[in-house]
Design a protein around this ligand. Structure first.
Ligand code: SF4
Length: 695
């Protein structure tokens, strides 16, 4: 606790994971702040994890981008904004709206996201806006839309405390959503909740597991198909509100239990636990989503909940937890290339007309745009000639990161808005625009349970930094659309978003916060965390408990899933590389890397390798390994451990050229994507490993 703190605490929200914890930030007189958990926030009730509690150590001017820059030289805001608007306008005039693209972030606030989506889809007239959330939860979005008709998350955090069985699938909740894990651990202690972890790797979440199913990588759909078969065999299913039941069951019954690689006894124990426990929640995350069959895996899980009616009721449901703080808000504004605002459908002419009418926009995108991997391919082959990257670092985080960096470097015109001056991506920009960071920004975010909370300004913007929504609006004005982007405050952007959601609600969208359409600046400032929807028709709470879904028939859809395994390894690349997060760092470490305390937990990039693999390769603990794939190379410290299975090493994703020049993991991963969601298969690269010998 900073002893200089003397001003009142400001209620805000943590900028890291999708848990969305409430934070009390107390600014001090030295430009820093003291941090505590907000005891009144319904996501965390005062808890914070180590990342959230270190937020005060990550604010300040170190490393910040403080002024606009053009070709590396400081420039005025007018010069930079004029240039961005002129180059985008010229490119669109010469090559059409699809020759430009925006690549944005699940860390943008909803107001920023709304402005970017409105400019691209409603005024430029292209849907070439995609987001790093494509890397995070696009398969869940696609699975929800297939099953429910809309991207509706049915779960609430309190379900973790009401369930008798919680199954974590492809989710290391202990490290990636630590406060949710704390809530689950507390529930387990208080009421004996049983916990199953389904993960090829023995993660920290296994510490509270009654059963760990270390299944074969990629066999999650096979496991849930087996479960569905068992449900059909042993229970009476009510199918009144379900479509596709027979086909889904038929596909499920084709599965061979051996596909999971699990011992019969473990498998049977899991099936029995599930069948015997009505109050079951299945939490899933990147281990499911980041796969070339991620959408099918999502639907295989949802199928089991639909067949048993375990959805939309206390302590029951499939529950996708989002990685980023505002992945959900991005979905709400339609900030993905294949979505329209407020969960409307970009391929539905009536939906497009309604949004265009509301925006009074000159030209609407009339088809889906390029998803993240496709977008950078289009940059590579010069179909996209002007690219604006906002609040994200794709030269590190995209699969085939070296190729993506080369593509950006070869693009005719690249704008990057960021709070950090030197990243692998800012180095490639022609124009750099300084953006406000957490603590300076003012707006809203939506967490994994659909709860909208305020992020409030605690500190003055650093240097000349401006809010992203304002930067976007300033460019839009210079492109000729001043009236449509004439907001004076984030409250006005939010009010417009809320009003549009009322239009969407009238068309049947689940996302409706139209109660807040007339919100004033003062009301916005005082806004308490709330669950959507907030509409004249419905307030907060659960979806689907009444057996009604958002499909045309009102019935849920079960999907026939034929499990697919990841592409095979080869003689040349005999290992399958799993990637993920560590406990104390966030994404590419631009913020968490500023805290020595956070860097102490795991100080450098590493490779978890099974003892048998290490012995066979002649690699000692703490020695260096060279890991290579067809796409790149990394040098990593060896951590010999039986947490991973032979042939299936693991490496974390956070390090960059700045923090570990040879430790960028996503250089190794292929740009293979799920055919439905477009989400990259970041957890199943194929690699070769050998001892590293310095030249
Ligand atoms: Fe922040 Fe997530 Fe930790 Fe909560 S659990 S403090 S939202 S990183």
């Amino acid at each position: 606790m900073n002893m200089q703190a003397s001003r009142p605490a400001i209620r805000t929200t943590c900028p890291y994971c999708g848990t969305g914890c409430g934070v009390l930030a107390t600014p001090d007189r030295a430009g820093g702040m003291a941090i505590a958990g907000d005891p009144d926030h319904p996501a965390n009730f005062g808890r914070l994890c180590v990342k959230g509690s270190a937020l005060g150590e990550t604010v300040g001017l170190k490393g910040r981008l403080l002024t606009p820059r053009i070709h590396g030289r400081n420039a005025s805001w007018d010069q930079a904004l004029d240039l961005v608007a002129r180059r985008f306008s010229e490119t669109i005039a010469e090559h059409g709206p699809d020759s430009v693209g925006f690549y944005v972030s699940g860390q943008l606030l909803t107001e920023d996201y709304y402005a970017a989506n409105k400019l691209m889809k409603g005024f430029i007239g292209s849907a070439n806006i995609d987001t790093n959330s494509r890397l995070c939860m696009a398969s869940s979005v696609a699975g929800h839309r297939r099953a429910f008709g809309t991207d509706t998350v049915p779960g609430l955090y309190e379900d973790l405390e009401e369930a008798d069985l919680v199954v974590l699938v492809g989710s290391n909740l202990a490290w990636c959503h630590p406060v949710l894990y704390q809530r689950l651990a507390a529930a387990r202690q208080a009421r004996g909740t049983r916990v199953v972890v389904v993960d090829p790797r023995r993660t920290a979440s296994c510490d509270i597991a009654d059963l760990h199913l270390a299944l074969s990588p990629g066999s999650d759909a096979a496991l849930f198909n087996l479960l569905l078969s068992e449900i059909i065999r042993k229970t009476d299913c009510s199918t009144d509100n379900i479509e596709g039941f027979e086909d889904a069951v038929q596909a499920a019954q084709q599965v061979n239990p051996a596909a999971t690689g699990l011992p019969h006894s473990d498998l049977q124990q899991f099936l029995n636990m599930w069948l015997q426990t009505t109050k079951t929640v299945t939490i899933y995350s990147q281990g499911i989503n980041q796969s070339d069959s991620g959408t099918d895996k999502v639907n295989a899980i949802i199928n089991c909940h639909l067949a048993t009616g375990r959805i939309g009721r206390p302590g029951m449901g499939p529950f996708s937890v989002t990685g980023q703080p505002n992945a959900m808000g991005g979905r709400e504004v339609g900030g993905l290339a294949n979505m329209l605002a407020c969960h409307l459908d970009i391929e539905n002419p009536a939906h497009r007309d309604a949004v265009q009418g509301f925006w009074a926009s000159p030209r609407m995108a009339d088809r889906p745009g390029l998803k993240a991997v496709e977008m950078f391919r289009a940059v590579e082959d010069r179909r996209i000639k002007a690219l604006w990257i906002i609040c994200t670092n794709p030269a590190v985080s995209m699969p085939e990161a070296d190729r993506v960096a080369r593509a950006i470097a070869g693009c005719d015109f690249v704008v990057v808005s960021d709070m950090i001056a030197q990243t692998d991506t800012t180095r490639l920009a022609h124009v750099l625009l300084p953006a406000t960071g957490w603590g300076e920004k003012d707006g809203t975010v939506t967490n994994s349970e659909r709860r909208i909370s305020r992020q409030r300004r605690v500190l003055a913007p650093a240097g000349q930094a401006r809010d992203d929504w304002r930067i976007i609006a300033d460019v839009a004005a210079r492109m000729g659309w001043a009236e449509a982007f004439a907001w004076d405050s984030p409250a006005q952007v939010f009010a417009e978003h809320a009003a549009l959601s009322g239009v969407a609600g009238a068309l049947g969208s689940d996302f409706d916060i139209s109660d807040l359409a007339g919100i004033s600046d003062g009301e916005y400032d005082r806004l308490e965390p709330f669950l959507w929807p907030q509409s004249p028709r419905k307030r907060g709470g659960r979806f689907f408990g009444d057996g009604r879904f958002h499909t045309p028939s009102g019935k849920a859809r079960m999907i026939a899933v034929t499990p697919r395994t990841p592409p095979p390894v080869s003689r040349e690349y005999p290992f399958r590389l799993n990637t993920g997060r560590v406990r104390d760092h966030w994404h590419t470490m631009t913020r968490t890397g500023l805290s020595p305390r956070l860097s102490r937990h795991l100080a450098e990039p590493y490779l978890e390798l099974h003892p048998k693999d290490a012995a066979r390769l002649g690699l000692q603990p703490a020695s260096l390994a060279q890991v290579s794939s067809p796409h790149g190379r990394a040098i990593l410290r060896v951590l010999v451990t039986d947490r991973v299975a032979p042939g299936h090493p693991f490496a974390p994703m956070h390090w960059t050229s700045e923090t570990a020049p040879s430790g960028r993991i996503d250089t190794l991963v292929a740009g293979l994507t799920d055919p439905v969601s477009g989400q990259p298969a970041l957890k199943s690269g194929v690699v070769a490993i050998r001892p590293f010998a310095a030249a």
